[in-house]
Structures are given as structure tokens and as C-alpha cells.
Design a protein around this ligand. Structure first.
Ligand code: FAD
Ligand code: NA7
Length: 536
């Protein structure tokens, strides 16, 4: 039996993924779709992360959609990387251009989604108490949208403000203030570079030292912008076939196959050109996979820290010793910032935070760091974090949290067994790459799968256990070829206390991932079971 539902599809989230899913399903498939977004505006990451210095660290010509040429021909971006406010304006323009706003309900969180097995529909409950039903549920919750907020004794006593970078308040101006920042990932280092020029004093609380390279941000020339427009099709073809999808050719040259002098020349050239992904994947083909190659790159960056940072003790604390195997970080002058008289580095490995007081943060050595604002750049409960804050129940009332108790899994990053017609964008074990092209890839595939289900007259499409297990294994194998599991980071869930460390990405590259999706679709979706018959 199938019932008439309120919507054909409900999309949760209105970031890059939710916006494109709404466009694809409503404007191209002709479905009746409603998107729900907890925030007061569209944009997802770029709505929430308004901290000083926020910008993409993938270059602007590929940190965008490819589906609509108009968007590049009429875009106003002028720098190599796009600042937060411009990405947000861009996403708002996409929504307007494709008339999506009328079907996006803002300020509305989805609290639960329960699958009705006999009727083949999802029963969705919103945080305003309203409910609706839908045949398809597309979760575009964001892989980095559930904030990690550490708790410290005495936190409530602090007389200043505590903010997370992922929920930066519109009214907060740090100019002339005593600012502390905990966390030195992509976000923390971007913040530090900008905040040092604004704050009266900036205290950087660092847990793990980081390998950073310059972003090389600069204004684009008219010629470059014209080249992006003229080379549009070729650029996107290359992006889709590449590994990290960042708009450059990855190197295939093993680092140890060249002389030390040549290696240093290549690293120096990449350092001058800027960009973290280019440094890790464009210099040599095995920085992320071969320990000796990795050590050569790490050693080069360590040498730069020594050269740049004037105080030897600060340089020592800033210098990482573990492999260079996290998502590569780039920014504008991070190490140089520590030469400023108004910036202090505190190593939390040497002096952990003991407590907070009305005045600020006290470290184990008894020092009280006086602050007006404490910024938590402490990252996110990545990938499955946003799923775990919701009550999602599939067939037989199965709770997604129980389903993923040994770590999150999926079939191809988009579906999971026991949860029919639930399609995830950037679900666990999606491709590790620049994300907008990954999002477009998945949304297109989900739309095609929905079309296939409709054509068959099926009421539901669901991943099989076997297919999901095989994909999980493929992802584990792909991660095992890299050095990434050797270092603790959000990529494996290691940043969240108590979270089970597991593989959460496919490391075989976007090109290989897309080829696999294509193969599955062309073979008629082995790995997907089509259930029931849809009454017209
Ligand atoms: P999001 O943009 O996170 O959107 C998800 C939306 O879902 C959010 O608005 C959230 O409010 C909403 N939501 C979640 N749960 C619910 C619920 N239950 N009910 C209602 N709404 C809900 N990626 C790159 O590839 N390159 C970069 O350079 C890059 N830079 C980044 C910089 C920062 C500071 C951050 C935080 C992330 C960055 N990322 C980058 C990752 C970025 O998240 C993705 O590129 C992309 O924006 C993800 O889009 P999304 O739509 O999947 O998720
Ligand atoms: P990250 O990369 O997870 O970085 C978070 C930082 O916060 C990192 O330096 C962490 O140290 C630190 N951290 C996390 N928890 C704590 C606690 N409890 N105490 C002290 N320090 C802590 O998040 P980002 O937001 O920077 O980047 C995430 C992605 O979003 C990134 O790839 C961009 O695409 C944007 P650690 O290294 O774990 O020791």
C-alpha cells in the first residue's frame, strides 16, 4: 500500500548540497519538494561560519557549482579564494536565480524522521511541532555542521564571551579586545591570521602543531578570470576526473625518484605558488602515501617554520613531528603571525587548560590568561555528527545511531541498508575531495536513482547489506593506502572524545568514485533493492 504524501521529497539542509538537491529534484525531475533549514538563511557552512578570516581554502574557480554556467559568467569574485561573505552571496544568488526560496522553509529544524514500512513513506517531525510526510528523504545535513564544543571547569564563571567559529554572532567585533582562540586547524589558523591584526592581544591555545603552507591569496587578473570562463568545460572535465578535484593536475612523480635538490625546488615552487592541496598532491604523487615522501614534505615545512619564526621556543612549539597527513591547511602568513608582539602561543600539550575563571583561562602552570572573548575553533563532530543529533528510524524502527554503533557506513556515501528512500549527500564514505563537485556528483546520482525507481513503479529503493559491506571494505582499503589513519583528525572521528575511530571517506579520488557510480547506474543498480509497488 502507498499513501498520498505531503511531498515527493523532503530535503534537510540548505547549504551547497540542499540547494542543488532542491533544484535537481524540483526543477529537473518535477517532484514536489520542500527543504527545511534550521538557520535563518540559506548557505549552510557559509551562513554559519562568519568569523574574521573565513574563506574557502580550495581556489574559487572550482569552489562552486558547475551545473550553471551563468553563475561563472556573472559572478563578481575577484580573488583567488572566495571570502565567506561572497560565497554566501553566491549561494543566495543561485537560490534566487532558480526560484528555490519559495520551497525552502528557514528557521526550521528537523527533529525526527521515521519510516513507515507498510506505506513506504517518511514521517518527518519539525522543531516547531509540525509534521509532514514524504516518499523520499534527502539529508544534506553537512559533513562539518555539528559543532564540537569542549567543556571546561568554571566555564559558566567567565565574564567575557565564548563563541564557536561555526556560529559566529553578527554583533561580535573583536577589534581592540583581548582574544583567546582554542584550536589551530584550517579554521583556527585562518582566524589567527586575521584576528592578530584586529585584537589588542591574541592568545593562541594550540593542542597539536600544524603543517601550514601559504594560500597565495591575491587578486585575480582579468586574463585569469577570462581563462576560467573560456576553459569552463575543460576545467570541469579535469576536476571530475581527478583525485582531489581542486582544479590542478595531481602529480604522479614519486618524491624519492628525484634528487634532494629537485625535491626542494619543487616544494619551494609550490610554497611560492600557494595552496595546501597543491602542495600535498600537486608536487609529488606519494606525499600522502609514502612515509619517506611524506617526511620530505614535512621536513621542508619544518624548515620554513624555523626560518620564519624568530623566537626559537615559539618555533619549537609550532613545529609538528607527526606525519603530514591531515586535510592540508593553507592560510595567509600563519607562522609569521607569531612574530607579532601582540600574539602569544600556549601549547596545551605542555600546559593543558585547568579551568576557566571570570577573567579568562587558567593553564596547568597556574598562568591566568585574561580574555574578553574566547573563540572555540575546535571543529566539528564530522560526517555522522549531524545524523546523531536527530532521531532517524528506518525499517523495523531501527535507530540510525544503533545502526552506526560501530562507526558510520553507507553504500557509495549515499544510502544505508534498513533506511529505504533515505539518500544522503556527503554521507559517510563519500569521496575525499573538494566538496562542491562531490556534492553535484552525488545529487545527480540520487536524482537518477529516484528516476529509475519511479520508472520501475517501485515504492522504495534501499541499499543491500552486502553492497554496503563491500563499499565499506573498499573505503577501508583506500584509507589503508594512505598515511591519513596514522594521525588523529576529524577525518576518522578522532577529534571527538569517545567517538569510535572509523573510516569515513573514500580515498580513491573523485574520478574513480564517479566511475564506480556510473558503473552501478549502467548495470541497473546492483546493490540497490527496489521494494513494493507504487500505486498511481
Ligand atoms: P552545509 O553547508 O554544512 O549545510 C548543511 C545545512 O544543514 C546547515 O545549514 C545546517 O543548519 C542544516 N541542518 C543540519 N541538520 C539539520 C536539521 N536537523 N534540520 C534542519 N537543518 C539542518 N570544503 C571544501 O571542499 N573546500 C573548502 O575550501 C572548504 N572550506 C571550509 C571552510 C569552513 C570554515 C568550513 C566549516 C567548511 C569548509 N568546507 C570546505 C566544507 C564545507 O562544509 C563544504 O564545502 C560545503 O559547504 C558543504 O555543504 P553542505 O550543503 O553539504 O553542508
Ligand atoms: P579541525 O581541523 O578539527 O581543527 C580543530 C582544532 O581544534 C584542532 O587544532 C584541534 O586540535 C583543536 N581542538 C579540538 N578539540 C579541542 C580541545 N578539546 N581542546 C583543545 N583543542 C582542541 O576543525 P576546523 O574547523 O579547523 O576544520 C574542519 C574543516 O572545516 C576543515 O577541513 C575545513 O575544510 C573547514 P587537534 O589537532 O585535534 O589536537
Amino acid at each position: 500500500m502507498t499513501i498520498k504524501t505531503d511531498f515527493d521529497a523532503v530535503v534537510i539542509g540548505a547549504g551547497f548540497a540542499g540547494i542543488y538537491a532542491l533544484h535537481r529534484l524540483r526543477n529537473e525531475l518535477g517532484l514536489k519538494v520542500r527543504a527545511f533549514e534550521r538557520a535563518g538563511g540559506v548557505g549552510g557552512t557559509w551562513y554559519w561560519n562568519r568569523y574574521p578570516g573565513a574563506m574557502s581554502d580550495v581556489e574559487g574557480f572550482v569552489y562552486r557549482y558547475s551545473f550553471d554556467r551563468w553563475l561563472i559568467d556573472n559572478d563578481v569574485w575577484r580573488t583567488r579564494y572566495i571570502p565567506q561573505a561572497q560565497i554566501l552571496a553566491y549561494l543566495e544568488a543561485v537560490v534566487e536565480r532558480h526560484d528555490l526560496g519559495k520551497d525552502i522553509q528557514l528557521n526550521t529544524g528537523v527533529e525526527s524522521a521515521v519510516y513507515d514500512e507498510s506505506g513506504h513513506f517518511w514521517d518527518v517531525t519539525l522543531d516547531d511541532g509540525n509534521r509532514c510526510t514524504t516518499r523520499y528523504l534527502v539529508t544534506a545535513l553537512g559533513p562539518l555542521s555539528s559543532r564540537n564544543i569542549p567543556d571546561y571547569p568554571g566555564r559558566d564563571l567567565f565574564a567575557g564571551r565564548i563563541v564557536h567559529t561555526g556560529a559566529w554572532p553578527a554583533d561580535l567585533d573583536i577589534t581592540g579586545k583581548r582574544v583567546g582562540v582554542i584550536g589551530t586547524g584550517s579554521t583556527g589558523t585562518q582566524f589567527v591570521c586575521t584576528a592578530a591584526g584586529l585584537a589588542e592581544h591574541l592568545t593562541v591555545f594550540q593542542r597539536s602543531p600544524q603543517y601550514c603552507v601559504p594560500s597565495g591569496n591575491r587578486p585575480l587578473t582579468e586574463e585569469e578570470r577570462a581563462a576560467y570562463r573560456e576553459g569552463y568545460d575543460r576545467i570541469w572535465e579535469q576536476v571530475r576526473a581527478s583525485r582531489v578535484a581542486c582544479g590542478f593536475e595531481e602529480s604522479d612523480v614519486p618524491a624519492m625518484s628525484v634528487t634532494e635538490e629537485e625535491r626542494r625546488r619543487v616544494f619551494q615552487e609550490a610554497w611560492e605558488q600557494g595552496n595546501g592541496f597543491r602542495f600535498m598532491f600537486g608536487t609529488f604523487g606519494d606525499i600522502a602515501t609514502d612515509p619517506a615522501a611524506n617526511e620530505a614534505a614535512a621536513d621542508f615545512i619544518r624548515g620554513k617554520i624555523k626560518e620564519i619564526v624568530r623566537d626559537p621556543e615559539t618555533a619549537r612549539r609550532l613545529t609538528p613531528t607527526d606525519p603530514y597527513a591531515k586535510r592540508p591547511i593553507c592560510n595567509s602568513g600563519y607562522y609569521e603571525t607569531f612574530n607579532r608582539p601582540n600574539v602569544t602561543l600556549v601549547s596545551l600539550k605542555e600546559t593543558p587548560i585547568r579551568e576557566m575563571t571570570a577573567r579568562g583561562v587558567v593553564t596547568e602552570d597556574g598562568t591566568e590568561h585574561d580574555l574578553d572573548v574566547l573563540v572555540l575553533a575546535t571543529g566539528f563532530d564530522a560526517v555522522d555528527g549531524s545524523y546523531r543529533t536527530m532521531d532517524i528510524r528506518g525499517r523495523g524502527g531501527r535507530d540510525i545511531r544503533t545502526h552506526w554503533k560501530d562507526g558510520p557506513t553507507s553504500y557509495l556515501g549515499v544510502a544505508t541498508e534498513g533506511f529505504p528512500n533515505l539518500f544522503m549527500v556527503l554521507g559517510p564514505n563519500s569521496a575525499f575531495s573538494n566538496l562542491p563537485p562531490g556534492i553535484e556528483t552525488q545529487v545527480d546520482w540520487i536524482a537518477e536513482l529516484i528516476e529509475a525507481a519511479e520508472e520501475r513503479g517501485a515504492a522504495a529503493a534501499e541499499a543491500t547489506r552486502q553492497a554496503e559491506d563491500e563499499w565499506t571494505l573498499a573505503c577501508q582499503i583506500s584509507a589503508g593506502h594512505t598515511l591519513f589513519p596514522k594521525v588523529d583528525s576529524w577525518i576518522f572521528g578522532a577529534n571527538i572524545p569517545g567517538k569510535k575511530n572509523s573510516v569515513m571517506f573514500y580515498f580513491g579520488g573523485l574520478g574513480a568514485y564517479r566511475a564506480r557510480l556510473r558503473e552501478v547506474a549502467e548495470a541497473g543498480y546492483p546493490g540497490v533493492t527496489f521494494h513494493g509497488a507504487r500505486s498511481s
